[in-house]
Design a binder for this molecule. Structure first.
Ligand code: ZN
Length: 234
């Protein structure tokens, strides 16, 4: 069987202390190490934000990390990503991708809106759906010693499945791992991943993201038939 084609996307290759070669490189690295995927990397700074028709049609799952350049996304490319998701491409939205145009567009809500605080506090991630493919091999809970707080209320529609719930040292809670289905496409949002902490080096986080890529892969991309159907089909 062909390996899943995965595109790991980031706004740029900016280095952070835990990620000297950029976050996309770190995420692509552990996905590549699993040996299960064909990985391509793409950047917002490239022509067409690295997401040409050719790249998207050759992508089974798009892994999307973004932070501070959401407003610079060309709406035509956002629409292109949306069409790909509706057609069956999987989409993994990481950390500040909550504020991306594509997430808001797919949810129909202002996903930018949540509580946040960046003081490096403890985050305890509870796995509340242990029978789901994304949570296989993940303990009942794990601690991220230093994290950025994302708290409720988070302006998303009720998720199809709520897999992870985070509690923070400051008292807030957050729906930190959620799935959605839009058209034929599967979407997973996972919030841990602030750029100044080595969260993507944690085995639990790597396991969750690796599982989610496999889960989000299209089973098939059907030709959907719609429109006026004047003749009986029987
Ligand atoms: Zn952050």
């Amino acid at each position: 069987m062909d390996k899943l084609k995965v595109t790991v996307w980031n706004e740029n290759e900016k280095a952070f202390e835990p990620y000297p070669r950029g976050i996309n490189h770190a995420i692509a690295g552990f996905l590549r190490e699993s040996g299960e995927f064909n990985i391509r990397e793409a950047l917002q700074t490239q022509p067409e934000h690295g997401l040409t028709e050719e790249v998207l049609s050759g992508t089974d799952v798009l892994v999307y990390w973004a932070h501070s350049h959401h407003h610079e996304m060309d709406d035509a490319i956002v629409e292109r990503i949306q069409r790909s998701v509706l057609g069956g491409m999987g989409l993994i939205l990481l950390h500040s991708a909550h504020a991306s145009k594509i997430f808001s567009r797919l949810m129909g809500t202002d996903t930018l809106r949540l509580r946040w605080r960046d003081v490096g506090e403890l985050e305890r991630v509870w796995c509340i759906e242990p029978s789901h493919p994304i949570t296989q091999g993940v303990p009942e809970y794990f601690d991220i010693p230093h994290s950025e707080m994302y708290g409720e209320n988070f302006q998303i529609p009720a998720p199809d499945e709520l897999l992870f719930l985070s509690w923070y040292e400051g008292g807030e809670v957050f729906r930190s791992g959620c799935t959605f289905k839009r058209g034929c496409g599967k979407i997973f949002f996972f919030s841990p991943g602030h750029e100044t902490f080595p969260i993507y080096h944690m085995p639990e986080v790597q396991r969750i993201i690796t599982n989610s890529v496999k889960w989000a892969a299209p089973i098939y991309r059907p030709d959907i038939v719609t429109g006026n159907t004047p003749d009986f089909i029987l």
